[in-house]
Ligand binder design. Structure first.
Ligand code: 0L1
Ligand code: MG
Length: 266
């Protein structure tokens, strides 16, 4: 068997509790593969889904999904050939222009992304870009705030998957557009921090086309017998490198055609 399960259900539950507490208490921890060096991708996903179940049991709603490590540069940096996914909880959402409290986070970074709102359920395997375009209600510009729960943002792929792919907050801004109204591959993005340009990019940085990222998510979910439900909000991955922020920083991301996304860290 390629990925034999070695962790017990009890160990999966303990790691999920450790990582969720790290998130909720904004307290970093050592990467979980220090204790479980043979943790498989499947076991890492078991931990992520256990964190999701803990939140749902307390009444938190899961509003969507995010894809991470979707640029070739970031994958090469991590030595992997496959992106990862995570879930988005209702309380991750921050309004456009809103304040994000640093005391609730560990060491956040921001990523400029194109997000999709789905109006039809999608299932894999075999989901492709055409299926995604046909199932999309609209696209919208969004900024993801990632916050690895690991010391110094240092991890390996199983550790980051277990840690819900560093998900923590997101801001939706700009204006929604029909998915066929622009060429997302050539859509330009300029990220400014405190008025200075810090990152530039275009949508093709995300697997050649952000819609391909949604298709990949659907096919990855299918490996666990899961679907992407209608009504899901999907963050497709960073167009630019992630930029570290601290209290007092203002971020404005300007998207060609789609408008601006803004937030302030306090
Ligand atoms: O959203 C992302 O691309 C991040 C995925 C996890 C890796 C990281 O924290 O940089
Ligand atoms: Mg991201």
């Amino acid at each position: 068997m390629a990925n034999p399960k070695k962790m017990t259900e009890q160990q999966i539950a303990e790691v999920a509790e450790l990582l969720e507490n790290a998130e909720l208490n904004a307290q970093d921890v050592v990467k979980v593969t220090d204790k479980y060096p043979d943790m498989s991708f499947s076991e890492a996903l078991d931990v992520q889904w256990a964190i999701r179940a803990r939140k749902e049991a307390r009444g938190t709603r899961i509003v969507g999904m995010k894809m991470g490590l979707t640029s070739w540069a970031k994958m090469a940096q991590m030595g992997v050939d496959k992106p990862c996914y995570g879930f988005l909880a209702d309380y991750f959402s921050v309004p456009q222009g809103g304040e994000i409290k640093m005391e609730e986070l560990i060491h956040p970074k921001v990523e400029a992304e194109i997000a999709f709102m789905m109006d039809k359920e999608l299932s894999g395997p075999g989901c492709h870009v055409g299926d995604v375009l046909a199932a999309t209600d609209f696209i919208v510009p969004a900024v993801e705030i990632i916050d690895s729960r690991y010391e110094n943002f240092k991890f390996d792929l199983p550790s980051v998957i277990a840690d819900n792919s560093s998900s923590c907050r997101f801001v939706i801004g700009g204006r929604p557009l029909p998915v066929d109204s622009i060429d997302m591959r050539t859509t330009g993005v300029v990220m400014e921090k405190n008025g200075a340009v810090v990152e530039l990019g275009a949508g093709a940085a995300v697997l050649g086309n952000p819609a391909a990222s949604v298709a990949m998510l659907v096919n990855m979910l299918a490996e666990r017998g899961e679907v992407l439900p209608a009504g899901s909000f999907v963050m497709t991955g960073g167009i630019t490198a992630a930029v570290a922020v601290e209290a007092g920083d203002s971020i404005v991301v300007r998207y060609q055609h789609l408008g601006d996304v803004t937030m302030k860290f306090v």
